[in-house]
Design a protein. Structure first.
Length: 203
């Protein structure tokens, strides 16, 4: 089975995440997309990051009607700080019959060369890239960096997927909830109910 790994803090998961994940599951050769919830890094200040359990539970609520989308807490069991290359090794050992690929936005592809052992990841795993609206900083890429970005985009393991461009951020959702705005259309109904019931993000 071919599994796409979609990493995120999902703080909270919103309809933008679901649109991308479902598009990848339905319009690429992936059989499933696993929503990998990134655990709280104990070395970093917690700030507005909800506990791991709550963020994972919201992913469960959001994906229960999508059989091709699965929540994953695989990184909860790994030592922190963790690197994607280590997660991939762990998953391959645990699920030897699955083939794992990464799902990332175009903005993350631009910084892939900064990842630990990124050459190993590219050598062993496909990467499915969804489009993002480029910022001015991205359009001014020059010289070596621009060449590196072009080489990554043209890499045989990198697949650019014509997915919808979704510019919804969890940061915007948290800020809006704190300000008392109605953001229900941006969240799956069950996720909104869970957040509202628990008074999350209001402080």
């Amino acid at each position: 089975m071919k599994i796409g790994l979609y990493f995120g803090t999902f703080n909270p998961i919103h309809v933008g995440h679901l649109i991308i994940a479902n598009h990848m599951a339905e319009h690429s050769d992936l059989d499933q997309v696993w929503m990998v919830v990134t655990p709280h890094n104990p070395l970093k200040k917690k700030s507005t990051l909800l506990d791991d359990f709550h963020r994972l539970h919201m992913v469960h609520l959001a994906t229960e009607d999508f059989p091709k989308l699965k929540p994953s807490d695989i990184e909860f069991k790994l030592s922190q700080p963790n690197y994607t290359v280590n997660t991939l090794v762990h998953l391959e050992e645990k699920f030897p019959k699955h083939e794992f690929s990464l799902i990332m936005g175009e903005d993350n592809l631009k910084s892939l060369h900064k990842w630990k052992n990124y050459e190993v990841i590219l050598q062993n795993h496909d990467i499915y890239v969804y489009p993002r609206i480029s910022s001015e900083a991205d359009t001014s890429l020059k010289g070596e960096l621009a060449q590196q970005n072009l080489e990554l985009k043209n890499h045989p393991k990198v697949h650019l997927i014509d997915a919808p461009i979704v510019e919804i951020s969890s940061t915007f959702i948290r800020k809006s909830i704190k300000e008392g705005k109605n953001i229900q259309p941006l969240l799956p109904a069950k996720v909104w109910e869970y957040i509202d019931h628990n008074n999350f993000y209001k402080k």
